[in-house]
Write a protein that binds this ligand. Structure first.
Ligand SMILES: Nc1ncnc2c1ncn2[C@@H]1O[C@H](COP(=O)(O)OP(=O)(O)OP(=O)(O)O)[C@@H](O)[C@H]1O
Ligand SMILES: [Mg+2]
Length: 367
């Protein structure tokens, strides 16, 4: 593990003198060469965690080690200064130096580095990273004469130029327009994989997290709710919060009617009877919460062997270009369903659908 964070706690004292417990016991480890994402709503403690790793904040408890070196340990009073941690960072409020050109901004960490770099090498490295973020032709321009998005890319180039052992990126794409953001997302992923840069990435954008990460930690109120690879976070969320925060979903209460196979169970729900995969044998009468993703509801085709079909009425339709979102009323409930944009359906029409899969969330513990 290149980075290890154990029992991390950090707090602030606000203007009224109240203690804000921003991080309340966070543990995670990041494998060398992998991209690890902290994902969570605004104020959940992502930036504070990053600042602790960077050495910009002194934790009140816990231990942080980078490449087996303890850089912070409250118990033993160890605290390695930020500039001695060899970490590259791009923070939400990216700081570019206004009195320097684009080139000199990117070259700065190399010029001041203790490892001396030859001028020729700096030139090559800087032009390469500027190329990566698409700022080659701006190299000689004043850094203040860049747009917000360009400044953000410059901050990224500067962090990359250092070839740090650990890269911390806090919402590095937040100021870019949708198109550029998508392009940079691919670019960043390619670069991270190619260079094997161990990266901690912060975002509150779930699709960014799913697209980029090897592992995701979903945070809430200063704590981690689940750590897992993207697909597992999406397909097997540990609880209601994770299911709700990552992607869109429909929650449906269910009661077990009886087993229908190994780890399969028939469930009674307000939208009808469903047969789903369950994490353990459920006894008739046990209740649970189901999460049904909108893309797991699809028009029934007639050949629906093994799938439960339900019938509903379309109450709303929203065309989103690459998909069609439908609000479907089934019994007393309204569910979000996601269809291919070519799917022809009108509001008011009745529709037979099938549920491909549903995840059990908050299954009561014990047998
Ligand atoms: N300097 C500060 N003084 C007091 N409270 C602070 C300070 N900085 C952050 N906080 C509080 O600590 C908590 C965590 O903040 P943090 O910046 O880590 O959140 P975040 O997850 O990065 O949110 P966002 O997605 O909005 O950037 C919040 O409740 C925030 O209000
Ligand atoms: Mg933040």
């Amino acid at each position: 593990m290149l980075l290890q964070v154990e029992g991390l706690q950090a707090q602030y004292v606000d203007a009224q003198g109240r203690v804000v417990r921003a991080v309340q016991g966070v543990d995670f480890a990041v494998r060398e060469g992998s991209l690890f994402t902290l994902l969570g709503p605004s104020g959940c403690g992502k930036t504070t965690t990053m600042r602790c790793i960077a050495g910009l904040e002194r934790p009140v408890a816990g231990r942080i080690s980078i490449a087996a070196e303890i850089v912070s340990c409250s118990q033993r009073g160890v605290f390695v200064a930020a500039n001695r941690r060899n970490i590259g960072m791009v923070f939400q409020s990216y700081a570019i130096w206004p009195h320097l050109s684009v080139f000199e901004n990117a070259a700065f960490p190399l010029r001041v580095s203790r490892a001396r770099h030859a001028a020729r090498k700096i030139q090559d490295k800087v032009m390469h990273v500027l190329g990566v973020v698409g700022l080659e032709e701006y190299a000689q321009r004043d850094a203040t004469a860049l747009s917000g998005g360009q400044q953000q890319r410059l901050a990224l180039a500067r962090a990359l130029a250092m070839e740090p052992r650990l890269l911390l990126l806090d919402e590095p794409l937040s100021n870019l327009d949708a198109k550029l953001r998508e392009r940079m997302r691919f670019e960043l992923q390619r670069l991270q994989r190619e260079l094997g840069l161990t990266t901690v990435y912060v975002t509150h954008d779930q699709s960014e997290a799913l697209a980029l990460s090897h592992e995701i930690a979903v945070m809430r109120d200063g704590r981690i709710e689940q750590v897992a690879p993207p697909r597992e976070i999406y397909e097997r969320p540990a609880n209601r919060f994770v299911a709700d925060f990552v992607g869109s979903t429909n929650f449906v209460d269910a009661v077990a009617l009886g087993p229908s196979g190994l780890h399969r169970c028939r469930l009674g729900t307000p939208i009808g009877e469903l047969e789903v995969q369950v994490p353990r044998t459920l006894h008739a009468g046990e209740s649970m919460l189901l999460s049904i993703r909108p893309e797991d509801i699809e028009p029934a085709t007639g050949a629906d062997d093994g799938f439960t079909t339900l019938s509903g009425v379309v109450v709303q339709k929203v065309f989103l270009g690459e998909r069609l979102d439908l609000q479907l009323r089934i019994g007393e409930r309204q569910l979000l369903m996601r269809a291919h944009p070519s799917f022809a359906v009108e509001v008011g029409q009745s529709l037979r659908v099938r549920v491909r899969s549903a995840q059990c969330i908050d299954v009561p513990a014990g047998a």
